[in-house]
Design a protein around this ligand. Structure first.
Ligand SMILES: [Zn+2]
Ligand SMILES: [Zn+2]
Length: 160
């Protein structure tokens, strides 16, 4: 049985939502994918399988998956949504390059501890958190320095 299937079925049932073949197909594709994928990628997978799933269905199912905690949503520098599986994975945070769109994952115990401490001081109970640091990756920073003056010339060198 595909990862997360039972968990997602239970979550859907708890919201009085039906377990449909399309919803499960979206779950399957996100679990199968590596890295941070977008809706276009999923649509392409279904097209290749000759199994049309509408964009609206993909979008709504992704939002269910995010609410269920099985999937995490990451916003790129341009505000585009990317999705990654969280089922069976440890919590991590992201650095996002505004030049090439690269998404770098990281974890830092000290940052996690500080967040807990700040919330504790405010008597705030944490359920979840998302930390995204936006800036320029090593390559783009180097390029920026070399085109000094040409301000916003961040040539693209492919996505992760
Ligand atoms: Zn974190
Ligand atoms: Zn990630």
């Amino acid at each position: 049985m595909r990862e997360g299937k039972q968990e997602f079925a239970e979550w859907l049932a708890s919201r009085k939502l039906r377990v449909t073949g399309e919803r499960m197909a979206v779950l399957d594709e996100v679990m199968r994918a590596n890295g941070h994928i977008d809706i276009d990628y999923l649509q392409e997978q279904f097209r290749k399988q000759k199994r049309p799933v509408s964009r609206a269905t993909i979008y709504r199912t992704l939002s269910h998956l995010v609410q269920s905690g099985l999937v995490q949503k990451v916003l790129t520098g341009e505000g585009q949504a990317r999705y990654e599986k969280m089922y069976g994975r440890q919590h991590h945070d992201h650095m996002i390059c505004l030049g090439c769109g690269e998404i770098i994952e990281f974890t830092n115990d000290e940052i996690e501890r500080l967040q807990d401490w700040v919330c504790h001081k405010k008597r705030f109970t944490i359920v979840t958190h998302t930390l995204q640091i936006k800036g320029f990756c090593e390559k783009c920073s180097a390029q920026k320095a070399s085109v000094e003056g040409g301000a916003t010339d961040h040539r693209r060198h492919g996505r992760n």
